[in-house]
Write a protein that binds this ligand. Structure first.
Ligand SMILES: Cc1cc2nc3c(=O)[nH]c(=O)nc-3n(C[C@H](O)[C@H](O)[C@H](O)COP(=O)(O)OP(=O)(O)OC[C@H]3O[C@@H](n4cnc5c(N)ncnc54)[C@H](O)[C@@H]3O)c2cc1C
Length: 431
């Protein structure tokens, strides 16, 4: 009888222990790349030889290096903008004329493939329900992060890169406090400010956001699931495509959407820039200084600020093709030319080494199309304080229907959205 009581007591104790540990296992697995970190090299202590081929101003290269540094992975960095032999080797290895290229032992990873890098090097993270989850680490997201942290909110920023589009600007002359600053320098300052506060900053791509009661479930490309009481959408824009055959095939093989990243690989070459707005003219002006010749292909007429138009006129190696568009991309492994057609259907072949696409942007709203109300341009509709159609979801910056797309506006609206999220949390989560 006594023995029976003891064994029941022991069984109860054991069950209590088991339950506690199952709960702990669950909670610690809630925020890890599903099934991946367990096999990661970090966990097993294997040391890989990692080489990152990059250029100085490439934001994706910075992301890749930040990821490796964050995960304690030693690596060698090679600037292919400065070292032409290394550039040749990188092109041979990857079959690409675009950075970054990351070589891990025998494996060649093209671009900042966060999913693959997480599989190789990701580490488990702690479980939490965040007060605020911010999607995007551009000017809007980073500013929102600072305001959330100053309100003592438990905050995470999930972003594909740190700095957003602003990284691509080589001369910002309209951000208060600076007469002129490069996008990279300004975003480094933003990042420094965020890193000084208690904010989790993870490089990853959000793929879905769903609601479960009053909690938001956020899934990412690397398999992470995060939970939050409020979400701030600041995922900005992505570049428009040309809409011609073989576009995907030539991306990174002569066709580029990031002149800041890939520009240095085209020193002394023949290139074209497509577009007639501020971004296209900025790119044309910057690139004309390093390339042999530059064709600017503009679908209708130039619609850029006078300061860029005047500057472009002083560039002697630039030919402007107005009312023209690309109808085909030609080449073998790499792009070697394009055919353009003008408004009368007259065609012309241009022999080129590279083409930079600068034809505008589309809001990154596919992941929230079923969550919040979008306008006709697929931008997130917000009220003057950054509230969306869904309580608990806020938005700021270029992803919203706010007309002007500028750093100072994105940053200001990020601050407003964070303060609004704070008020929402106070009202909805009083306890
Ligand atoms: C070449 C160029 C020059 C410019 N020059 C100027 C200038 O001189 N002055 C000025 O004021 N403005 C300038 N702009 C505009 C300015 O950069 C933008 O208005 C500003 O960056 C918008 O900030 P944002 O935070 O709203 O979005 P973004 O800067 O677009 O940031 C969005 C962030 O979200 C991330 N993201 C996207 N999708 C996901 C996802 N699914 N999951 C996780 N993260 C995601 C992105 O990686 C990025 O970090 C320029 C833009 C360009 C392209």
């Amino acid at each position: 009888m006594v023995l029976e009581r003891w064994s029941t007591l022991l069984l109860m104790l054991y069950w209590g222990f088991l339950k506690k540990n199952i709960a702990l296992m669950h909670s610690s697995l809630a925020f890890v790349p599903a099934g991946t970190f367990i096999f990661s090299r970090i966990v097993f202590g294997m040391m890989s030889k990692v080489t990152v081929y990059s250029t100085q101003n490439c934001p994706y290269c910075r992301m890749a290096k930040a990821f490796l540094e964050k995960n304690g992975v030693p690596f060698t960095s090679i600037d292919v903008g400065a070292d032409s032999e290394a550039a040749k080797k990188m092109i041979e290895l990857s079959g690409q004329r675009g950075v970054p290229v990351i070589v891990v032992d025998e494996e060649v990873i093209v671009g900042f493939d966060s999913q693959r890098l997480n599989e190789l090097f990701g580490k488990p993270s702690a479980d939490d329900i965040f007060d605020v989850l911010i999607v995007g680490g551009g000017p809007a997201g980073l500013t929102a992060g600072v305001y959330c942290a100053r309100k003592m909110l438990n905050t995470i920023i999930l972003s594909e890169n740190i700095g957003g589009q602003a990284l691509e600007s080589w001369a910002i002359e309209n951000y208060m406090g600076y007469r002129m600053v490069t996008g990279e320098d300004l975003m480094k300052k933003f990042e420094e400010q965020v890193r000084n506060l208690n904010i989790r900053l993870e490089l990853d791509r959000v793929v879905t956001i769903t609601r479960e009661g009053n909690i938001f479930l956020v899934k990412t490309a690397s398999g992470t699931v995060a939970r939050a009481r409020a979400v701030i959408l600041t995922q900005g824009n992505r570049p428009r495509k040309l809409g011609v055959a073989n576009e995907e095939q030539y991306l990174g093989r002569g066709l580029s959407i990031c002149s800041t990243c890939d520009g240095p690989l085209y020193k002394g070459k023949k290139v074209a820039v497509v577009g007639g707005g501020n971004s296209a003219l900025q790119t044309a002006i910057e690139m004309s200084g390093i390339v042999a010749s530059l064709d600017l292909i503009v679908r209708s007429t130039i619609r850029a600020d006078a300061v860029y138009v005047e500057k472009l006129k002083t560039m002697t190696n630039v030919t402007v093709h107005l009312n023209s568009h690309i109808i085909s991309l030609e080449g073998d492994k790499f792009l070697s030319g394009v055919t353009i057609a003008d408004e009368h259907g007259r065609e012309e072949n241009l022999a080129l080494d590279g083409v930079f696409i600068e034809i505008g942007w589309l809001p990154n709203t596919d992941l929230v199309a079923d969550l919040v109300k979008l306008n006709g341009k697929k931008e997130v509709m917000v009220d003057p304080n950054g509230r969306t159609s869904v309580p608990g979801v806020f938005a700021a910056g270029d992803v919203t229907d706010v007309k002007s797309k500028q750093i100072i506006i994105a940053a200001g609206d990020g601050a407003k959205a964070a303060l609004e999220a704070f008020e929402y949390l106070i009202a909805e989560w009083k306890e």
